[in-house]
Design a protein around this ligand. Structure first.
Ligand SMILES: N[C@@H](CCC(=O)N[C@@H](CS)C(=O)NCC(=O)O)C(=O)O
Length: 211
């Protein structure tokens, strides 16, 4: 049994969406970030980073959104959302999953948590560079999708990496230049958000207005 701890729209979103999309039995616990429920001693025992997502897998804690997506894809392989070790699509799958987690997501972290990098006085500079990095990342992602899409793994079809990418595209909705301004990313978002599971996860997390 899976139990997901989530904050609406946060890095837990892709994991929640996948659980619903795969029809996997699970329960969810909404974390009230205002009340800092993710910083309690009890929560930190399960995820010392004090962040979401946190997934309990038969009681065993695991965190890191991209790793969780990959694990779910592997454990529920019948959904074909994670190309296997010897599939040609595995190359793009691993590359883009880690690129999203290691390069794109940290730039969002600098945008949303601009005091972390250099304190209160450097917020404008940190956000300026985060924004440039994000726009450059969208440019590269769009070029890949335009050449090899419509999904990150091309004709393999959707993978857990696409769920992650669309979550990140959603995070860009209040940036001066949103990811939807890149046509191949917009196409991916259109394809992925047409899945009934997207409306379901948005309803549960009480999110609306995007895309
Ligand atoms: N590398 C982590 C990052 C998770 C992360 O940044 N979560 C944010 C929400 S999007 C969070 O929990 N923020 C609360 C905090 O840092 O206090 C992952 O991908 O799971």
């Amino acid at each position: 049994m899976y139990r997901l701890y989530y904050i609406p729209g946060a890095a837990s979103f892709a994991v929640h969406w996948l659980l619903i999309d795969m029809g996997v039995p699970h329960e969810v616990v909404r974390i009230d970030s205002e009340r800092r429920e993710h910083k309690t001693a009890e929560y930190l025992r399960l995820n010392p980073n004090g962040m979401v997502p946190l997934l309990l897998i038969d009681g065993q804690p695991m965190y890191e959104a991209a790793a969780l997506g990959m694990l779910l894809g592997e454990r529920h392989a019948e959904h074909r959302l994670a190309p296997g070790a010897f599939e040609p699509a595995r190359i793009a799958y691993l590359q883009w999953t880690l690129h999203l987690a290691n390069t794109v997501q940290p730039a969002f972290r600098r945008w949303f948590y601009p005091t972390e990098a250099a304190g209160e006085t450097q917020v404008e500079t940190v956000q300026h560079h985060a924004r440039l990095d994000l726009e450059a990342a969208f440019e590269r992602l769009d070029a890949h999708l335009a050449a090899h899409g419509p999904y990150l793994c091309g004709t393999w079809g959707p993978t857990t990496a696409d769920f992650h990418a669309v979550m990140l595209a959603r995070w860009s909705r209040n940036l001066p230049k949103t990811a939807l301004q890149w046509p191949a990313i917009a196409r991916l978002v259109q394809l992925m958000t047409a899945r009934p599971s997207f409306a379901q996860v948005c309803a549960i997390e009480e999110l609306s207005g995007w895309p």
